[in-house]
Design a protein. Structure first.
Length: 155
């Protein structure tokens, strides 16, 4: 069941990223806006499917469903919180080069320190992305399921 759950999550994320990929082919500014709102869209995508059907398209394809009593929006906020951190990090690193032209050199030492911090944040994001996958692979529930009282079971 663990591999089915990981496969369902990958399918759902690919399905969620598909409109952004299509937009980037035809109109790049719209793709940037889509990426900026991606974490919010992900939360409502997962919460909506889980609230009304107990399954996302990936879970339906892998014959899984979610059960439990609790706040489904709280579960999705915990699950997608790392996307918000990733978004802020990407926006900060993309603006660092433009800030270099506007800010005097005395303040550039502060920004170089923040770039080092952002490297540590990338490692933190990698950990918080891989750790739930490892817990799922060993048959345990990830932290967002344990904290909110939900579980994923075969349909």
């Amino acid at each position: 069941m663990a591999l089915r759950r990981v496969g369902a999550g990958l399918f759902d994320m690919a399905l969620l990223a598909l409109p952004g990929s299509i937009l980037s082919l035809y109109y790049a500014p719209a793709a940037v806006i889509y990426i900026a709102f991606f974490p919010v869209l992900a939360i409502f995508f997962f919460a909506g499917f889980h609230l009304f059907r107990s399954q996302t398209p990936g879970k339906k394809l892998c014959k899984l469903r979610i059960t439990g009593q609790g706040c489904i929006l709280c579960r999705e906020l915990r699950k997608c919180a790392i996307l918000f951190v990733l978004l802020v990090l990407v926006l900060f690193e993309s603006n660092t080069f433009t800030l270099h032209l506007l800010i005097p050199t005395e303040f550039m030492r502060i920004f170089s320190f923040l770039n080092e911090v952002s490297s540590a944040l990338w490692l933190l994001i990698l950990f918080f992305t891989l750790f739930p996958l490892i817990t799922i692979a060993f048959g345990k529930a990830p932290h967002w399921d344990r904290a909110t009282g939900f579980q994923v079971v075969p349909a």
